[in-house]
Write a protein of this length. Structure first.
Ligand SMILES: *Cc1c(COP(=O)(O)O)cnc(C)c1O
Length: 400
């Protein structure tokens, strides 16, 4: 039986929680009771799942399962140490070499998560006296990395390269080093950063250029090689952060770049230095994911993902929904008030479709939405089922 805590030092949490509740900021996560698939069971109900980041369906791929099991038999359940001391196994090295070849860079370094990769890298590279030009819709892990670095943070407006150039003109010369950092694919809107123009600005103003490929890994570029491959910017981006957690179906983040950069991060990136290495099963499954992407199957999966994304987006538009500026498999259905977004998500779930509502403060107050993410695993029937539910509920709520 649980022993109740007898002190009341955390009594203030009642008030804090109540205040969150009143503002509508409380998470009550649904429970997934099946595998993470296109049709999955959440809270006892089978639904068409439009909420996972399992873009290519790799979380359940037979080759990944097999690789994870083999690694457990051969190397055990855990790494038993941090990477710099005794936790770097042959598997970790193999993964980093494979990733470097896949990305077409000199070297990579794998972190426990994409979050840790952003945090550790930004914090290591810049500090007091330096400046970070950070796109206003950057992911929280970039924002936290920027804050930890103690560098000056200058935000620039979403995808506005002219505003960025102007800010650089006005401020760049006041600082020592400068870092330009942006998401490649924005996770709430599904639009893509103008990386070519940003690469030009980085050259013009001598900015270290870092791109977060969390939602681009396995999605953009040849066989999912990412945004740099998509735009043909090889050699012009200093730091590519990627994730193994989303399309690659496992868990982890990595930094891809020069040998020098990786050597430096090994000395300086705190999450990598101070937190235990990935267990063998995770690393082996990630290796299998890259092997799948490099095989003909990988190209097919990415193609299917895009086919599904294009179909779903155009049908939502045809029904009269506002999908904003989305260009990727992330398609928001923008409905305005947070009340509308909550109601739409709730009714969709009742109709057998799971799409998460996204409200302030994750997006602007008047831009609340339901976010949909299609995967390569969805069949045409799944997508049509979801579209019918959107049509029915959209009409019922007067949204279309
Ligand atoms: C999900 C995400 C991350 C974090 O990646 P994890 O591997 O899940 O920790 C970082 N940046 C962006 C833009 C993301 O969407």
């Amino acid at each position: 039986m649980a022993t109740p805590i007898k002190t009341n030092r955390l009594g203030f949490l009642d008030q804090e929680l109540k205040s969150l509740e009143e503002q509508g900021f409380v998470w009550r996560p649904r429970t997934l009771q099946s595998e993470q698939r296109a049709r999955a069971v959440f809270d006892g109900k089978e639904v068409v799942n439009l909420s996972s980041n399992n873009y290519l369906g790799l979380t359940n791929h037979p080759k990944m399962r097999e690789a994870a099991k083999r690694a457990i038999d051969q190397f055990g359940a855990g790494a038993g140490a941090v990477r710099p001391i005794a936790g770097t196994m042959t598997l970790h090295r193999e993964l980093e070499e494979k990733l470097a070849r896949f990305k077409g860079v000199e070297a990579t370094l794998v972190f426990q998560s994409g979050f840790a990769a952003n945090l550790g890298t930004i914090q290591a590279l810049v500090g007091p006296g330096d400046v970070i030009y950070s796109e206003e819709l950057n992911h929280g892990s970039i924002i936290d990395g920027c804050r930890l670095s103690k560098a000056e943070i200058i935000k620039w407006p979403h995808r506005d390269v002219d505003a960025l150039r102007q800010l650089c003109k006005e401020t760049r010369q006041k600082y020592r080093r400068a870092l330009l950092v942006t998401d490649a694919v924005f996770s709430m809107d599904g639009d893509i950063a103008p990386l070519r123009e940003l690469a030009d600005i980085a050259e013009e103003f001598d900015l270290i250029f870092m791109v977060d490929d969390a939602h681009a890994s396995g999605v953009l570029g040849r066989a999912g090689r990412g945004s740099v491959d998509h735009f043909g910017l090889h050699g012009r981006v200093d730091i590519q952060m990627g994730t193994l957690s989303k399309a690659l179906g496992v868990m982890g983040g990595y930094i891809a770049g020069s040998k020098k950069l990786i050597e430096f991060l090994i000395q300086k990136a705190r999450p990598w230095l101070l937190s235990t290495a990935h267990p063998p099963a995770v690393v082996a499954a990630a290796i299998a994911a890259i092997e799948i992407l490099e095989s003909p199957e990988g190209e097919q999966l990415v193609q299917k993902l895009w086919e599904n994304a294009r179909y779903f987006k155009s049908e939502l538009n045809r029904l009269g929904f506002n999908t904003g500026a989305s260009e990727t498999p992330i398609t928001p259905v923008i409905v305005g008030s947070s009340h509308n977004a909550r109601q739409l998500a709730k009714r969709l779930f009742e109709e057998g479709v799971f799409a998460q509502e996204i409200v302030f403060p994750m997006v602007a107050r008047d831009k609340a939405r339901v976010r949909t993410i299609v995967t390569a695993m969805h069949t045409k029937e799944d997508l049509d089922f979801a579209l019918n539910a959107f049509k029915k509920v959209g009409k019922e709520m007067g949204l279309i």
